[in-house]
Every structure is written in structure tokens, then in C-alpha cells.
Design a protein around this ligand. Sequence first.
Ligand SMILES: Cc1ncc(COP(=O)(O)O)c(C=O)c1O
Length: 398
Amino acid sequence: MIWYPYQQMKTMPPPYSIVDAEGVYLYTRDRALIDSVSSWWSVIHGYKHPRLNAAIHRQTDQFAHVMLGGLTHAPAQQLAATLEEWLPGDLDHCFFSDSGSVAVEVALKMALQYYGNQGETQRTMVMALQHAYHGDTFKTMEVGNDEDYHFILTAYGKSPHVVHVPTTIPALEEAFAKYHRQLNCLIVEPLLQGAGGMRMYDLSFLKRARELCDHYGVLLIFDEVATGFGRTGHRFVADLVLPDILVLGKALTGGYLGHAVTVANHKVYQGFYDDDPSHALMHGPTFMGNALACSVALESIALFREEDYLSKIQRIEAITRREMAGFSHPSVKEVRILGGCVCIEVHDPALLQGYQQFAYQRGVFSRPFLQYLYAMVPYVIQEDQLVQVLDTMKAWFR
Ligand SMILES: Cc1ncc(COP(=O)(O)O)c(C=O)c1O
């Protein structure tokens, strides 16, 4: 039997069984549902995209997977070269892995060892944001800050290796002044904190973070597993403020296969590049650089570039703002919109109980969590489909 994610198996309602999927639609035996979650925010081009399918087929005819230990191959090399050319600044060194959580682990390991390689062994601390979510592996849970996901926070108590700060500049400055000698990095989900509650914050915070990291010699990590590939309305937030390490996942493969990448700048890479073997990065997930994943990622990036996805996302944001204008209800605490993300935060999680079934009846798949009712739709959504998603969200409160 399947043990489902984030669920009490004893009480969970049966999941909807999907028999087909195409474009923005998931199909059960008796219904077509617009996927307003994009399969955990990854399926940006929609399902069964002919070009992505073809890329997978082409690669399958050659080989599906070859490890990167002592071997290499064109799809991984081409993806690294494409990212090197496409990503901003000197984010040029791509370390592949099989999931966002692992890619964040790699980023954190890089930051710790970067200083260790220089003999700065006291820099064992990570600064992260309050309400941060960076994955479900142990170090990412430790760096995360959401008790609703991570019992570790209560089971192990507060980690001495992590300090959490709110997204306000004075608090950030204060924390840097206090901890900078022990810090190796500041890690953030830039502009949009996803699983911590679709919280949006200002770019000025990131600009100041960059300045403080430079001033105190601390590495800046952007976890763009959720925000990357346009979700905030920007291609990457890294286009606006340049981090030292960038983490991408989810939409990297257009949501086709689990794959992720930790991209380091020259400075970080040079911190490992040495005659001393102990200065090497000791990491190597079995499926890193998987050829099917790299091939589909290349095609996904090509689509994103050729079909001007940023204007599609601007359109989604404009329609969302138009449709949500004037919407309010006593149950609603706040409506937040950024790029291809809209969130209705209610006062009490109980107020969203039953919403999923309500949406199902109206042809929308949704998966609210806690007090957050949100949509992160595939970018290929048509106006009437997006209006249907937003109308369903608003109708719940009528
Ligand atoms: C910001 C962020 N980082 C990391 C992860 C973990 O990615 P994965 O589920 O691929 O391990 C997620 C997943 O939602 C995420 O939103």
C-alpha cells in the first residue's frame, strides 16, 4: 500500500485517482479537474506536453541513466552549459541532484565546507527566515522553521546551528551584528515563502541581505526551488539580487521528473578547487544528472525562452488581480498575489475544511494547507480556466 505524504493515514479521505492528464487538466474517471496546484508547483507547461514527451522519448532510445561518477554524457553537459549561459552573473557551476531537499542539503554543505576549506571552522551556523521551508530531509528541517511540518523542531529542541530572523531589515541587521563570526550562510526563499504560508516580502530585504553578506563575508543562498522559473513574475529572483549559491528544482524539468541543481558562483567553486583531495565536495546522489531528467529540463528551458513565459505569467498576475479586486470576507485575513501565486489566508484552518471537495465539484483540483487557500497554476492556463479557479476560491466564502 502507499503511505501518502503529510497525511494521517487513519483519517485521510481517499485521494482522487488520476487516469489521464493533459494541458492544465487532471482526469479522474468521471471528471476533468483544472490542476490549480501544478503538481506541487512544478508542472509549468501543463501535462503531456508534446515537446517534453518527445524529449523523453528521444533520450530513452539512447539511455535513460548513466551515473556521473567517472562518466559523463551530453544531456548533463548541455544542461550545465545552458544554465551557465542562462543564469545571471557568475552562477556557473552546476551540481545536480534528484530533489529540491537534497539540492538544498548540497548548498548548505557547500557553504559550511567553503569556510572549512579555508580553516574557518567556527562558521558552523546558518541564518534562515522565520517560517522558512527548505525541504523534509534532516538538515533542511533544521534550517526550516515551521512546526506544522517538522516535529524535529520540538523533538530535538532548537538547533544551536541555526538562527531564524523575520523578514524585516532591522532584525536582519541585528542578527548579523550578533552572529556574523559564526555564520557561513544566509539561506532564503526569495520574495515568496511557499510552504511556510505563501508569505511575500519586499525586495529591499534581499538587497540589504546581499549588502550584509558582503560586508560580513557570509554566503547568500537563494532556494528558488519554488520561486524559480517565473513563479514570482521574475524569471529568477536571482536576476534582481545575485546570490552566491542558487538552488533550483520542481519546474526545472517542467515537473516531469524529480531533479534539482545547486549552482555555485566562481568564488564558492574556487573554495573547493585545490590540489588537496580533502577540499573536494563529497556528495554524489545516484541519480544526479539523470539523462532523462536533463533532456526534459533542456526542452523545458527552451520552451520557457521561446514562448515568452514571463509575459504569460504577467497575464496570470493581471487577471488574478482583476478577479480578486474588492474581494473580502469576515473569514479572510489577507489576500496575497505575486506573479503566478495567489493566496487567501483565513483566520482559522477550520474555515477551509471541505474546500477540496467543494472545488472538485466545480472542476478544480486544490489542496489548501493550514489556513492557506492558494493557487499556483500552470503557466499555459487560459483566461477562462484561471477565472474558473479564482471564482471557485471566492465562491467558497459566499
Ligand atoms: C522552497 C523549497 N525548497 C525545497 C523544497 C523541497 O523540494 P523537494 O520536495 O523536491 O525535495 C521545496 C518543496 O516544496 C520548497 O518549496
